[in-house]
Design a protein around this ligand. Structure first.
Ligand code: C6P
Length: 417
């Protein structure tokens, strides 16, 4: 049945078997079983092209950027700035100066909270988030509220995991200075209507930050079409390396923001009396940056471009539809997050079985999923669970992976009978 399904569901143009060959790690066996990697929302695997680009940087180009006049320094700087240009194109930002390299989504949100937020918010102002936020798009705002006396407000979601836009609209008031929402939820897979949220926020003078960590591997993101003020992403979830991410910020906003950290490469001039800061993005990139990381991210963008984000999205939607249908038929299984138009993240609980037990038993079958609260404890509370099991898809996921998951879950149920 699964073979038939795979033929039926996977368009000939997108050969998942060929895509998988680009990821050396997937050929591994775990406990003697073929690896079934269903944890891409935690971190994606890396294609050979990314690994090679980073290793080539160290083998042939390594030097510190923006500092030297020698050949390698120039070459490394060029490669680093070329990576920035690739990100600009990838997000369709207007200018490369709007692309700040950071460690990841977490750092991007903290940067905005501690610079834009701290300089713009006063006691009584409000930051509006949603009930489905990852701790990375929640705790930094709580910290900012503690520091400024501002108030954190939370737009609710409904029982299938859709954001209540009517409530969000109602909650944007005259004191709302910033709306911070995820593009895609890491637990529910819900895809939020960012364009509409931006319209609502801008109509009332509030800026919008989008946490795009879970969106960029799955769909084409155009920050100008979305109209958002800030967009945060992590390289490691989009087939790039860890330790590199991006903050996109509209140029006028970045230019008006004070620095985040002080140090080398973020200054125009320094004296003991006064320091003049560099323009963005350098102002926000203090210290030696993650050069190899940026180059690896650039290679990941090339990789996504070669596969085509639309083709990846279509393939993942097919696998998702298959998985949703199959999982819904498992006795005692409750899917958490079934919003229309969601992306490939499948959270679930099995009646009477702790998610950690599910994860541990599946692991012995070579199947990697994530279990726990997924850094979204308030969201767990919203659904009345302490934890879930979560299978998440990437460009290399196949219906055979889902069949393996189903067989694994049958084994889990057998053991707990
Ligand atoms: N979510 C997950 O398993 P960092 O750690 O900075 O690269 O990304 C943080 C982050 C922010 N927002 C969303 C929506 C996320 O999903 C994540 C990371 C991983 O769901 C690890 S907790």
């Amino acid at each position: 049945m699964s073979a038939l399904h795979s033929e039926h569901l996977t368009p000939a143009a997108y050969e998942v078997a060929r895509v998988r060959q680009a990821f050396p790690i997937l050929a591994q066996r775990i406990y003697g079983k073929p690896l079934v990697y269903l944890d891409s929302a935690a971190t994606s695997q890396k294609p050979q092209a990314v690994i090679e680009a980073m290793s080539r940087f160290f083998l042939e180009e390594n030097a510190n950027v923006h500092r030297g006049v020698h050949y390698l320094a120039e070459r490394a700087t060029q490669a680093y700035e070329q990576a920035r240009a690739k990100v600009r194109h990838f997000l369709n930002a207007e200018q490369a100066e709007e692309i700040v390299f950071v460690r990841g989504t977490t750092e991007a949100v903290n940067l905005v909270a501690q610079t834009y937020g701290k300089s713009q918010l006063q006691a009584g102002d409000e930051v509006l988030i949603s009930a489905m936020e990852h701790h990375s798009n929640l705790v930094p705002w709580q910290m900012l509220c503690e520091q400024t006396g501002a108030r954190l407000r939370v737009a609710p979601i409904d029982d299938v995991g859709t954001l209540r836009l009517d409530e969000l609209e109602r909650l944007i008031g005259p004191r709302t200075k910033l709306v911070a929402v995820s593009h895609v939820s890491n637990v529910l897979g819900t895809l939020n209507p960012i364009r509409r949220i931006v319209e609502l926020a801008h109509a009332r003078g509030a800026a919008v930050l989008v946490d795009g960590a879970q969106a960029v591997p799955h769909l084409r993101v155009d920050v100008r079409a979305l109209g958002c003020d800030f967009y945060a992403l992590s390289g490691h979830k989009m087939y790039g390396p860890t330790g590199i991410g991006v903050l996109y910020g509209r140029r006028e906003l970045l230019e008006a923001m004070p620095p985040y950290q002080g140090g080398g490469d973020m200054i125009l001039s320094v004296s003991f009396a006064k320091t003049l800061y560099a323009k963005p993005p350098q102002r926000f990139e203090a210290g030696t940056p993650n050069m190899a990381g940026a180059i690896g991210l650039g290679a990941a963008i090339d990789f996504l471009g070669e596969l085509g984000l639309e083709a990846i999205a279509a393939h993942e939607q097919d696998v998702l539809a298959y998985a949703q249908q199959a999982l819904a038929a498992v006795p005692g299984l409750r899917l958490i997050g079934t919003a229309q138009g969601k992306v490939g993240v499948l959270s679930f609980v099995l009646e009477g079985i702790h998610p950690h037990d599910i994860g541990t038993i599946l692991d012995r079958e070579g199947i990697a999923i994530r279990t726990g609260h997924h850094c979204a404890q308030p969201l767990m509370q919203r659904f009345g669970v302490a934890a879930t099991a979560r299978a998440s898809l990437g460009c290399y996921s196949s219906v055979q992976d889902i069949d393996a998951l189903l067989a694994g879950l049958a084994r889990v149920r057998e053991l707990f009978k």
